[in-house]
Write a protein that binds this ligand. Structure first.
Ligand code: NAD
Length: 248
């Protein structure tokens, strides 16, 4: 039932982790995939591995987002699925964070979704519809320690998903949010580094694991592929946690 044959997908943060796994699965399910990332070396390699096309794109820069969408149009003729997935974290409290770090987290995690969706929605509307999947986080629906800007940004992603779903439903555009729990990617290692902990200790000390493990990028990718497919035709405005009951 999960078939992306003929779909044209734009995936941000596609050079590693959840974005890379999702780009690979999209391609396996028949989609043409444009992998966008600020990391050219890993992005080029990922595109080669999955059989997609790479575009260098710093999602915090409008001009780069315009270039990515332009590339999707020139290479594939349009965008049917937009996976707004690029994200960064700064582990700090409200007393520790700098204005620059706050602005950067907001620009990458939130403003980029506004910019890219704003560019892609008119294309989707003109083409009869489409799907936008935004990557939120468990920390978009509950709080987390020492991650004030990240928690604020992911809360925004969750609620802008709902607002976009209402605004663009009449154009047959579905907008959904996937909220991963701790997932084994570079981001988790980066968090451990920022907190001065070893990755192993960080995994062991993190929140309860009702299913006895943290997530894999593939756990998230499979859910995104379902949400992006016609099998989820009536799922819109939804916030889907994929965290082995971590937020339960
Ligand atoms: P990751 O670090 O493996 O991948 C993130 C990717 O985003 C990288 O390839 C990076 O180069 C790219 N990126 C960073 N800044 C960018 C920018 N300005 N422009 C374009 N690309 C940029 O981490 P991941 O875990 O795969 O993260 C993907 C998404 O999942 C993020 O939105 C993150 O917040 C979310 N998430 C992750 C976890 C987790 O535990 N790993 C949990 C909840 C939510």
């Amino acid at each position: 039932m999960i078939d992306l044959q003929g779909k044209r997908a734009l995936v941000t943060g596609a050079a590693s982790g959840i974005g890379r796994a999702t780009a690979a699965l999209f391609a396996e399910l028949g989609a043409q995939v444009l992998l966008a990332d600020v990391d050219s070396e890993r992005g080029e390699q990922a595109a080669k591995d999955v059989g997609g096309v790479f575009v260098r794109c710093d999602v915090s820069r409008r001009a780069d987002c315009e270039e990515a969408v332009h590339t999707a149009v020139s290479q594939f003729g349009g965008v049917d699925v937009l996976f707004n997935n690029a994200g960064i974290i700064r582990r700090s409290t409200v007393c520790e964070i700098t204005d620059d770090d706050w602005d950067l987290v907001m620009a990458v995690n939130v403003r980029a979704i506004m910019v890219l969706s704003g560019l892609v929605v008119p294309l989707m509307a003109a083409n009869g519809g489409g799907v936008i999947v935004n990557t939120g986080s468990g920390w978009g629906v509950k709080g987390g320690a020492r991650a004030i800007s990240y928690c604020a940004s992911k809360g925004a992603v969750v609620n802008m998903t709902r607002a976009m779903a209402i605004d663009h439903g009449p154009d047959n555009i579905r907008v959904v949010c996937v909220c991963p729990g701790d997932t084994n990617t570079g981001m988790l290692a980066e968090e451990a580094r920022q907190l001065g902990e070893s990755a192993d200790a960080f995994y062991a000390d993190a929140a309860d694991r009702p299913l006895g493990r943290i997530g894999t990028p593939q756990d998230i990718a499979r859910t995104v592929a379902f949400l992006a497919s016609d099998a989820a035709a009536f799922v819109s405005g939804a916030v889907v946690t994929v965290d082995g009951a971590g937020t339960a």
